[in-house]
Design a protein. Structure first.
Length: 257
């Protein structure tokens, strides 16, 4: 009887090990234009839970690793991004699920005429036109950079306060979101994710991956002393690298305290 129990235990252990080492499940789908039902080629499909991504082919087809209840973030330039939850039936029956993307409606923004009276002569107008510059400062003894300039009027105050206790500045940002910020490393490893972020400026995909809002992203960058000009003009990949660099500085300071 004792040998039978040992054998049964070994069999169950082997079965559990085999299940743990089995290949991950995959789901397939096709991305279509909601209005025309034509394929949308080149869409980005990112599994937020696994921080892995793929790109749809010319016919809108894709296959990606996923588990039940994983969330897929589908996006493409000119379309509204959507999130799709992976269901048990999708995995079990290997269905090719149709996912519809809706085109964005763009409206023209109001045009404001500048107060500067330009003459049409380059040599003269180059002196009349305003030039805004942002500078990156560094402080001896601190491995942290700070941006200043016309768009960062409070940069000097932030530099001085951070110099006395730089850990407090970053702890208020990252201390409350350690799990989300640790995912930055995984995001940087996946080429599809990086390529998708490099083409975006709306912060939607980045916010979904980090589990934060767009306002949180702007707040993080502001507290890391990036200029308003950078926050508005950088693409999502540059924003991700900026947040990642700030987070690494936070971890280094946190270990030294």
């Amino acid at each position: 009887m004792r040998y039978f129990v040992v054998f049964l235990f070994a069999l169950l252990s082997f079965s559990a090990f085999a299940q743990n080492t089995s290949a991950p499940e995959k789901v397939s789908g096709i991305i279509l234009n909601e209005a025309t039902l034509q394929p949308v080629s080149g869409a980005s499909i990112i599994n937020i839970n696994r921080v892995k991504g793929v790109t749809g082919d010319d016919r809108g087809n894709f296959t990606i690793e996923a588990s039940v209840n994983d969330t897929l973030h589908i996006s493409f330039v000119g379309y509204q991004s959507v999130r799709v939850r992976v269901t048990n039936d999708w995995i079990k029956f290997k269905n090719v699920t149709k996912i519809l993307l809706q085109e964005k409606a763009y409206t023209l923004e109001e045009v404001i005429i500048s107060k500067y009276n330009l003459t049409g002569y380059l040599q003269i107008d180059s002196k009349l036109a305003p030039v805004r510059e942002n500078y990156r400062y560094s402080i001896s003894g601190l491995n942290i950079g700070y941006e200043g300039g016309d768009n960062s009027p409070n940069s000097f105050k932030k530099i001085v306060s951070s110099m006395f206790n730089p850990a407090d500045l970053l702890h208020n940002i990252f201390g409350k979101k350690p799990q989300e910020m640790r995912r930055l490393k995984e995001m940087k490893k996946d080429d599809t994710v990086r390529n998708a972020l490099a083409e975006k400026y709306d912060r939607e995909t980045l916010a979904a991956l980090l589990g934060v809002s767009k306002d949180d992203i702007a707040d993080i960058l502001e507290r890391c002393n990036y200029s308003e000009e950078f926050i508005k003009s950088a693409n999502d990949l540059q924003i991700m690298d900026a947040i990642s660099g700030c987070y690494e500085e936070y971890k280094a300071l946190n270990r030294s305290n």
